[in-house]
Every structure is written in structure tokens, then in C-alpha cells.
Design a protein around this ligand. Structure first.
Ligand code: FEO
Length: 394
């Protein structure tokens, strides 16, 4: 299908609506969209390919869009297979097409394909320009957003940033791809935050560096490799990325993540949540045993105040909570206020172990932990009231 976005820019990507886990890790209840674009100027350029799962639809879109024209350039901004799986197919179908990519991306493509693509490649680096006629692409290196070889490109004629994984989100979308037509900023925000925090959240410094370079550009359109296309509200997306990459929380509300074996720890967090509400603080409670970590990580990027509550297990942390905290540590999230609540019948040690595990995190961990001995008693109830006061006074 031919799908013109604006000017001489066309959409040739496709959705995988059967996908359950993106990267075999992250649930995608609304599937996954792999974006790819064609610019039809004096020269034609295909910007990235797509995932193997959508190969037939993608190749048909390319054919329908190019029509009688041949393909001059295949630009690869990012060598990860969800965007590069079809590079060989494209090069076979369009034998005169030149591959345009960075040196490092070429190395990765050679590794993935088992072929040496050097002879067909024009390598580019930061600042290089690919002229297409009226339009041109200026390459900007964006290492670790999300892999080391990543480049984005900017077309000054249409003020468009081809942003690779940056500004992408989970999920397919129906009908229009444009954020302006769908008024989907809210939907974009929650799935884009989950995508960002889990996939590039660890690389905040690198994302900030890219945003710094982008500051100098006039941007009217952002075309990412996943999700919606920004034809307006680019500043909304950029401001969100500025926040996320600096690990700045978006709300002073409280996130309560708990694990509970016999509902006694759960009872404690319910009491805490009520106390917080009475103090004018909203809270969100998540059961760590029944929630995919990607949603919790996303909320950890959003919330300033976080309570972790769980039982002691084998003299340490309730396993599911321990797995989560190991992941939290890897995101390098910082500037959070963390409060701990532990449960233990004979030797409660979960809180101490949680403090040790999170010690590398640049976070403010409240030393006044609450210890429940098996079930809440009057003393615990009073401590929960005090904790709500401490949190709400912060
Ligand atoms: Fe969408 Fe890093 O690949």
C-alpha cells in the first residue's frame, strides 16, 4: 500500500498484531509497529527496513510506493534486527541500491547476515550529508540510543527528524499514524514511557547528549522507528524525553510496590495507602507477583516517592521483589525517595537486604523501615501512620 505522510515522505512500515512479547521480554498487548519510510526525491531512499515478522507487508509497501522507480539508497540508522532483518532482501530485490550506514552498523550487519556488505556500502559519520535532490539527510550519531552504532538523521527541507528508536512506543495504532489526527498524546505517553524506561532508560546520559544536539534543530516532524509519527507536539515528546533522560520524576504521588505471601504485607500497604490519602497524597499500589516488571519500571520513572514492601525469604528478599530491584538498579534511576517495609516471622531481614541491594542507586533511602512481625499489630499500625506523615511532609 502506498501511504504518503507529507511532501515526498512515504510510510512503508507495518504492524505485528500477533506479537506477545517484544524482544521476547516486554508484553505488547496492542502489538508492535515497525516504522520505515521512503523519500522519493530526485533520488529514492528507503530509511530502515523492518522486523522479519512483517516482511511480506513491508516489501509490498516498498514496491507499491516506489512504483516504476528503482531504489537508490537503503539507509540503516540502527542495526538491531527489528529494523534491519530485511536488509538482505531489499538489497537482493533492488540490486543497484547502495547501503548507507555507519561503520559500526556495517560491522553489526555483517555479523548478523554473515555476509560482507562493504562493497555495496557508503559509510557515513556524524555530520555527513546524503543529498537526495531537494531534500537531504544530515546524519547525527546517537550512540546508545539504543545501541552503540545508532544514528538519527535530519532533513532541513521538511524539518524532519528521523529519530531511530528515540520517541518510539509499544503498540500498533489504527487508521492515521499522525499524533495530530488521533489526539493520542496520552496513550503515546504511557506506552512511550514504558518503552523508554525499559529499553533506553539506563542510557539517560546518551539520550541527553542526543537531545542537546537536537536543540539546535528546528523540528516540525519526528519520525521514529516504532509507534506514532509526530507531525505536531514535537516539543511535548522532546520535553518528556528531557525529563525521562534526566530521571526527573513526574509526580510527587506515591508508588507502593509490594509482595505478599499470606496477605499480611498487602494489608499493611492498604493501610498505608489509606493513611496517605488522609494526608492528601495519592498512591498507586502494585503487586509485584502479578505485574510485569516493565510496567513497574515505567512507574518507577514516573513517581518520586516509592515504597517497597515484602516478606523475608531465605534470610533475604522475597524473590520476585529481589528480581525487580536488580532490574531497578540496572536502570540507574536516581533522585527518588525510597521507603521500605519488611515482614518476617522469626528473623525479618528483607529491608536490610533491600538497602544493600539498592545502595549503588543515587536515591534517598529512608532508614526508618517498618518491620511487621507476621501480621499488623497496633504498633505497626501506628508506624504506618507515621510513615504516611513522613512521606506526605516531604
Ligand atoms: Fe527498535 Fe533498538 O530497536
Amino acid at each position: 500500500m502506498e501511504r504518503r505522510l507529507f511532501d515526498t515522505t512515504y510510510y512503508v512500515g507495518a504492524c505485528d498484531r500477533t506479537k506477545i512479547l517484544f524482544e521476547n521480554l516486554f508484553p505488547v498487548p496492542k502489538g508492535m509497529r515497525y516504522n520505515s519510510y521512503i523519500i522519493k526525491d530526485e533520488k529514492t531512499a528507503l530509511l530502515d527496513t523492518a522486523d522479519e515478522a512483517v516482511s511480506e507487508e513491508f516489501l509490498e509497501n516498498v514496491k507499491d510506493t516506489l512504483k516504476e522507480r528503482s531504489l537508490d539508497y537503503l539507509v540503516v540508522h540502527h542495526a538491531e534486527p527489528d529494523h534491519s532483518a530485511l536488509v538482505m532482501r531489499v538489497l537482493e530485490i533492488y540490486p543497484s541500491a547502495k547501503l548507507v550506514t555507519g561503520v559500526q552498523a556495517l560491522k553489526y550487519l555483517n555479523q548478523f547476515t554473515g555476509c560482507d556488505l562493504s562493497a555495496r556500502t557508503q559509510t557515513v559519520k556524524d555530520g555527513d550529508v546524503l543529498n537526495l535532490g531537494k531534500r537531504s539527510l544530515t546524519f547525527i550519531s546517537a550512540p546508545m540510543v539504543h545501541w552503540p552504532e545508532v544514528m538519527v538523521s535530519y532533513d532541513k527541507e521538511t524539518k524532519t527528524l528521523f529519530s531511530a528508536d528515540a520517541f518510539g512506543s509499544f503498540g500498533c495504532c489504527e487508521g492515521s499514524l499522525f499524533i495530530s489526527n488521533l489526539n493520542h498524546t496520552e496513550e503515546w505517553e504511557s506506552e512511550a514511557r514504558r518503552y523508554y524506561s525499559n529499553i533506553v532508560g539506563r542510557f539517560g546520559v546518551n539520550v541527553s547528549a542526543l537531545l542537546k544536539k537536537a536543540e539546535k534543530l528546528e523540528i516540525d516532524n519526528i519520525l521514529p522507528l516504532h509507534g506514532l509519527v509526530f507531525d505536531r507536539d514535537c516539543n511535548f515528546a522532546i520535553n518528556k524525553y528531557l525529563k525521562w533522560s534526566s530521571y526527573e520524576a513526574e509526580t510527587d504521588d506515591v508508588l507502593i510496590v509490594y509482595g505478599s505471601m499470606y496477605q499480611n504485607t498487602k494489608k499493611a500497604v492498604e493501610i498505608l495507602s489509606c493513611n496517605l490519602f488522609e494526608k492528601g497524597k495519592n498512591s498507586k499500589i502494585i503487586d509485584v507477583s502479578y505485574t510485569d516488571f516493565s510496567y513497574i519500571i515505567s512507574d518507577i520513572f514516573k513517581y518520586k516517592n516509592i515504597v517497597f514492601a515484602c516478606p523475608t525469604y531465605y534470610g533475604g528478599i522475597f524473590p520476585r521483589m529481589e528480581q525487580l530491584l536488580n532490574l531497578v538498579k540496572k536502570t540507574c534511576v536516581k533522585d527518588r525517595k525510597i521507603y521500605l517495609l519488611e515482614n518476617g516471622t522469626w528473623a525479618p531481614t528483607a529491608a536490610k537486604n533491600m538497602i544493600d541491594l539498592l545502595s549503588d542507586l543515587k536515591a534517598d533511602i529512608c532508614e526508618n523501615k517498618i518491620t511487621i512481625k507476621s501480621a499488623c499489630d497496633s504498633e505497626t499500625i501506628s508506624q504506618l501512620k507515621s510513615l504516611a506523615e513522613v512521606i506526605s511532609d516531604c
